[in-house]
Design a protein around this ligand. Structure first.
Ligand code: IPM
Ligand code: MG
Length: 365
């Protein structure tokens, strides 16, 4: 198969981790007889510097015209002073909205080899951590009106959180369908004790439940959910939630698995053209040092193969290779065990070496 992938290296560690993902994609393509061609796209700070816009229209067009998009990370200190509508992150939000990818899937799964890297007590980790956060991605407070103005002699800022029934329903369906393919447990997370948008959210989830009798639907307030994720993460199978709650909870969920550097994500809408990105940021403090963990990005590339290109075997092959290098004790700095003795049994590797090792360990089943 031939596939054209739009590549967005972005800022900070973005270009380094993307390089490693391309290495792995090329190697897998060769093994399975696929040709991946890449179209480079500027987005984020680099696009502001080059084009004066975090996502120029022709860059968005390239993404929409591709078979799927692989993104590193955007943002950095340097662009923190630019006005809100010109920030690097705005490019990412426009990309998500422009591609119509309303459903963001963020797995929180602990790799057994990294169990000791979790900050949670062993007795909690041993019960298992394997759930998915389905985050609504192109609505809610991120896309409501934002404004700052003067009122009664002081500054006032307003951000509007709004949802329509149809926006809630389409993400709700993804939640139920994701749960159907797993352990059939869906937890809808909201703040219905305070917010109207959450009460509408909850009522639509309840309505949808009648169409998915095999799935057990529960409801949880977002503050309680934040607590339950650290108290007993084994209770969760699929969480479905609105944009900002999903942003916050997915960072928390990633941390309990050991490192945010290991977590990929997929974002899909009505077509097979998806957006794939690690959930971590651009980490400017470690950029250019060849020490970043590229695994979140490489796993995102694997998700692209699985969900957009229907290449499940190829995706499995990448995931197996990652498991093998972890078994062999290779660790980037972020996943080195804190315990000195345990760390001695591991080999510390850099970003490019990590990509090379994954390529070397690719095997067909
Ligand atoms: C994420 C990020 C983004 C978000 C930022 C960079 C705009 O935190 O993908 O989780 O808030 O969605
Ligand atoms: Mg986030």
């Amino acid at each position: 198969m031939n596939k054209n992938i739009a590549i967005i290296p972005g800022d900070g560690i973005g270009p380094e981790i993307i390089n490693e993902a391309i290495k792995v994609l090329d190697a897998v393509g060769k093994m399975y007889g696929h040709t991946f061609t890449y179209t480079e796209v500027d987005m984020g700070g680099i696009a502001i510097d080059k084009w004066g816009d975090p996502l120029p229209q022709e860059m968005l067009d390239k993404c929409v015209a591709s078979d799927s998009v692989l993104l590193g990370a955007v943002g950095g200190e340097k662009w923190n002073i630019v006005p809100g509508h010109m920030r690097p992150e705005k490019g990412l939000l426009r990309l998500r909205a422009g591609m119509g990818v309303y459903s963001n899937n963020r797995p929180a799964k602990i790799w057994p080899q990294l169990a000791s890297a979790s900050p949670l007590r062993k007795s909690i980790v041993d019960k298992g951590i394997d759930f998915i956060i389905v985050r609504e991605l192109i609505g809610g407070i991120y896309f409501g009106e934002h404004k700052t103005f003067e009122e009664n002699g002081e500054q006032k800022a307003v951000d509007v959180l709004q949802y329509t029934e149809s926006e809630i329903e389409r993400i709700g369906r993804i939640g139920f369908e994701t749960a159907l393919k797993r352990n059939k447990k869906l937890c809808s997370v909201e703040k219905s004790n305070v917010l109207d948008s959450s009460r509408l959210w909850k009522s639509i989830m309840i309505k949808l439940a009648s169409e998915y009798p095999e799935v057990t639907l529960t409801h949880m307030l977002v503050d309680n959910c934040a607590m339950q994720i650290v108290k007993d993460p084994s209770q969760f199978d699929v969480i479905v939630t609105e944009n900002m709650f999903g942003d916050i909870l997915s960072d928390e969920a990633s941390m309990i698995t050991g490192s945010i550097g290991m977590i990929p994500s997929s974002s899909l809408g009505g077509t097979s053209c998806g957006l794939y990105e690690p959930i971590h940021g651009s980490a400017p403090d470690i950029a250019g040092k060849n020490i970043a963990n590229p695994i979140g990005t490489i796993l995102s590339a694997a998700m692209m193969l699985r969900f957009s290109f229907d290449m499940a075997e190829e995706a499995d092959c990448i995931e197996r290779a990652i498991s093998v290098i972890l078994d062999k004790g290779y660790r980037t700095a972020d996943i080195l065990p804190a315990d000195e003795n345990e760390a001695l049994a591991c080999t510390k590797i850099g970003c490019s070496q990590c990509g090379d090792l994954i390529v070397e360990n690719l095997r067909k089943e």
